[in-house]
Design a protein around this ligand. Sequence first.
Ligand code: GLC
Length: 653
Amino acid sequence: MYEQASHAMLNEILMELKPEIGNYRLRHFYTRLGANFYAIHSLFHLLYGERPDFKAQMVSLVETLAVRYMARSPQLRKSDLARERDYNWFLSQKWVGMALYCDRFADDLKGLRTRLPYLQDLGINMVHIMPILDCPPTHADGGYAVRDFFKVDARYGTTEELEALAATLKKRDMLLVLDVVVNHTSNEHEWAQRARRGEKTFQDYYYVFDDREMPDTFEETMPEVFPATAPGNFTWDEVMGKWVMTVFNNYQWDLNYRNPAVLIEMIDIILFWANQGADVLRLDAVAFLWKKIGSTCQNEREAHLLLQLMKDCCQVTAPGVLFIAEAIVAPSEVAKYFGEDAINAKECEIAYNATLMSLLWDGVATKNAMLLNLGIKHLPNKLERATWLNYVRCHDDIGLGFDDNDARLSGYDPVQHRHFLIDYFTGRYPGSTARGLPFGTNPKTGDARISGSLASLAGLETALESEDPVAIETAIKTIVLLHGVILSFGGIPLFYYGDAIGTLNSLEYLADPFRANDNRWMNRSNFDWDKAALRHQSGTVEQRIFNTLKKMIALRKELNAFADFDNRQLLNVDNPNLLVFLRTDIHHAHNGRSRVLVVSNFNTDAQRLQLGALRPHGLFQQVAMRELCSGERIMVEDDAVMVPPLTCCWLID
Ligand code: GLC
């Protein structure tokens, strides 16, 4: 019944479209619109069905989809068709990503083209260029306070240069990932400027209030994202004479998706960047999309409905383009951003695996894998045709987002354990060699997160200063161990640009008054090309890290068992220092490499892995195994193998 009504609506809408759309050859567009319209209409109705202008808004949405489809280049349409046929293409183990700032890694977009050989040398074939859209020069939040969603920032280049880069990447079989900041705009964005000048239409794009009544009510249940630098969730705007919701920095105005015009604008922006040749779009801060009095204003059901709508609309116009959900939220919530229920299942194909990331760091500090094992065991199932973005470090802080219950099961008091981790990574804990800083300390709750580069957090900075070869080796091993896990876990590993050469904390940011109070900039340094050149020099730290990672990346690409088809089995072993999982190639008959046992030892001593527990899985009938990364044979003695300290082994029978 409802489906019929939705069909009737579709016909009416098609009649109402502008004649230039009606006359255009839109065969694939109409097929895809037909296939997705029921979902789009139902979702749009759920969100905006009560509004008198519901139908006009639907027409405007479909028009947006059609206009962007008409602008989509023949090459991109061809790639859409190919990806529709080979719809699991991104689950392959062949993809390995890196996130980088185009100005800090190269000078600009043009420069980035000349730096691609470095990425290819390492084996990177997916490039996430951190946000490059027009931002105010000072209040930019690293590119996440966008002033113009349709313009590349002049500091980085032009839209044409980006398109040229996209074409170059395509030729090299590399994927381009771009950011779309969906939750907020800069206060200098045209919409905000017009709102400030009193235009009601644009005040309705944001959460704007005359007095403190509503803000105070919201504040009762909303946590703070940047408690140290931007406390509270509302900012008084002098020009407008009103309060505006600013969940992140006070110059980042939250968009109000209760207004369908906002959603349609954002879908238009998404499709615009899809049309510039992005293969994947990283949707920023998606957990925050819907605000509701009495809630934390995160992970609301409507935020999921909005993402489903964005996805369904993208399926109509640019079906080859994938979404990454950047939702750094509780483990139980993260997997929901893939989509949940059977009908409106689709949201983002890829999601940041923040749980794994933070638990890897727990393993580094505790030197055991207890919490890590529990966290992985309790990681909610994801949909098929969805995959994790596994990472060790990124441009943001490390949140300690593990599950409190898992902490208790590991024998920790969750609050004390978080304090321990902060102390450990800020180097205050006795014996810690880590060199991070606390980030976002909240005096009201006592919470904090951690900033710092991978190498400095792993102890390399301290080790180099003390010129202690053993400590240097330990830090290098830690860096490689963490990458070993993300390369084998299942999902797309995402490297961070300085990490393969052991980039230390940078203090440049302190000289910039607009950055000095945000220590996430410690880990956003200018890439040091002289240091990178040392990767060619035998025995250097850079060479030891880079070459090992390069080998592991190449190996990963060869191992079908590392593709992500829900083919990871976590194995219980009786050694708390080890994380052990089995990866199986589900598509091919058994051969020597169809099953890989991944064993990670987080301890600084070698650990025994008893093989008895693995026998029920048909593993290890042999007297020796091969470790693929080193190529070495590991002997079985007393029905056990010894796993070297701080090592991630990829073992085959
Ligand atoms: C995301 C970004 C972060 C930014 C925030 C607000 O979490 O990763 O860098 O500050 O969104 O846009």
